[in-house]
Design a protein around this ligand. Structure first.
Ligand SMILES: Cc1cc2nc3c(=O)[nH]c(=O)nc-3n(C[C@H](O)[C@H](O)[C@H](O)COP(=O)(O)OP(=O)(O)OC[C@H]3O[C@@H](n4cnc5c(N)ncnc54)[C@H](O)[C@@H]3O)c2cc1C
Length: 453
């Protein structure tokens, strides 16, 4: 045994890795986070996330961050419009009298004068704001920015692991790298869909879901000039569904707005991205071996003709207001082919290493649960580690690697079961949303008519 208190490396400072670190830190447990990106602001972070009362908000509460979350999250962002492609409005929660409000079951955590109960208990928060909230809760030196992991290797004769960093090799490794590279008792992979930790546990790779999303947006200043676009989206989001196409428009906390213009390019779930390498000549982004989310547009999206060509091709039969909203979104786009791990995917446990968040179970966004499942992973894994360390402090248990391996196995068993249900629900929602009668079915589901996980 090397050291009784486990030496912990968290790989990835996405919302899930940060959530895990924040709960551990609140419980006095040290860990290092290694993040490939050089800072939290190095690239645009994308859209808004709805944080659910029964999952994501529970994790935030465990980190002591629920009151702060409530101050910056947007209950009004829950207001949804569901519109048919011809412009017929099937649901408009903006017109309902009461605002959707947070219902979190954590009354003791609510700030004084906090909102009344109601809504679906899923307030929205910009991804940037969520990450900033979590980063601010951590000591500054806890996150090693710009330290991407290239591989994780076992230390012979132990149950420990060493890290290798992108851009360094055994002949050029600096002493700083040496001190960071381990050994670690726990390597916790929160490094997203294209995880470098995952191959230690499984050969599975994410599969193309058949759907690609063109992610475009409008700046706060531009949106202020377009009250028609703001009104069309409403206070939260607007969904326009039809067979094989889905226009999802959403408002953000910083006054900007975004559209995911999604096209089903294949009805099969498969490894390759048939016919979706480009949508209108835009290079793809976010696929295998391309886990850097840099914008990859090779067309001039600022040119109105480009935007019109895209809309004519994929959304030519959509209502004028919907097309106008996307036309107004002139900021350089990102193409996101959407990937998923097989529903029910699992692996055999291995001492000292596990996965959480998208690294463990990346799914498409069609049930809006991805980050919430990941935050529950963070909560349950942190609880396991905290209990393990507490047992050590009380002199209980073997205090050895056996206990640690058992803790990881228990975490994984719970996580596999939970995420399987969410992945299955997500896969069903994809079929519903891109199928015949999608708008009507979505309204029925939102009115409490299932499906549920
Ligand atoms: C278009 C879209 C819309 C979505 N909408 C919603 C929604 O409304 N609600 C919801 O719940 N979920 C939504 N999701 C899903 C949600 O975004 C993900 O589930 C969530 O971001 C997963 O968080 P994560 O921390 O596990 O992974 P990520 O957010 O991918 O973070 C992984 C981190 O690891 C870092 N990293 C990667 N490789 C390495 C390496 N080798 N070394 C070090 N660091 C590394 C990355 O830079 C990144 O910071 C959406 C997803 C998409 C694509």
């Amino acid at each position: 045994m090397s050291t009784p208190i486990p030496n912990i490396a968290i790989i990835g400072a996405g919302p899930v890795g940060l959530m895990l670190a924040a709960i551990l830190h609140r419980n006095g447990i040290q860990a290092k986070i290694f993040e490939r990106e050089t800072s939290a602001t190095v690239r645009a972070q994308g859209g808004t996330l709805d944080i659910h009362a029964e999952t994501g908000q529970r994790a935030l509460a465990a980190a002591g961050l629920l009151p702060a979350f409530k101050k910056i999250s947007r209950p009004e962002g829950e207001a949804t419009r569901v519109v048919k492609k011809d412009g017929t409005v099937l649901l408009d929660e903006n017109e309902q009298e009461r605002d959707p409000r947070v219902g979190d079951g954590e009354e003791e955590e609510q700030e004084e004068g906090g909102g009344e109960e109601g809504g679906r208990g899923r307030p929205e928060i910009d991804r940037t704001d969520l990450k900033d909230l979590l980063i601010a809760a951590l000591p500054q030196d806890m996150i090693r920015w710009g330290k991407g992991i290239s591989s994780v290797t076992p230390v012979p004769g132990t149950q420990q692991w060493k890290l290798e960093f992108i851009g360094s090799d055994s002949t050029t490794t600096s002493s700083a790298d040496d001190s960071e590279s381990g050994p670690y008792d726990l390597v916790l992979g929160a490094d997203g869909a294209w995880s470098r930790v995952r191959p230690l546990l499984t050969d599975a790779k994410p599969l193309y879901s058949g759907v690609s999303a063109l992610d475009v947006w409008i700046s706060p200043a531009q949106l202020a000039q377009r009250p028609d676009v703001a009104a069309f989206i409403g206070r939260g989001s607007c969904m326009l569904l039809s067979e094989d196409r889905f226009l999802s428009l959403q408002r953000h906390g910083d006054g900007s707005a975004r559209a995911y213009a999604m096209v089903r390019t294949s009805r099969e779930v498969c490894g390759a991205v048939p016919g979706a390498e480009t949508l209108l000549g835009l290079d793809r982004d976010g696929g295998e071996g391309d886990d850097n989310d840099d914008d990859a547009a090779v067309v001039d999206w600022t040119d109105a003709k480009t935007r019109e060509r895209f809309l004519d091709r994929y959304f030519g039969d959509y209502a004028r207001e919907a097309r106008d909203a996307v036309l107004a979104m002139t900021q350089q786009p990102t193409l996101r082919p959407l990937y998923m791990l097989p529903v029910g995917h699992r692996w055999e446990p291995r001492p000292g290493v596990t996965l959480l968040g998208d690294a463990a179970h990346v799914m498409t966004p069609f049930a809006g649960v991805g980050v919430n499942v990941g935050m529950m992973d963070a909560l349950e894994l942190a609880e396991g580690i905290v209990a393990y360390v507490k047992r050590l402090g009380e002199g209980e248990g073997e205090g050895g690697k056996g206990d640690l391996a058992e803790m990881l196995r228990d975490y994984e068993n719970g996580m596999f079961e939970r995420s399987r249900k969410d992945a299955a629900l997500t896969a069903r929602m994809l079929e519903i949303e891109f199928g015949e009668g999608g708008p009507e079915k979505v309204v029925e589901i939102m009115s409490g008519g299932g499906p549920s996980s």
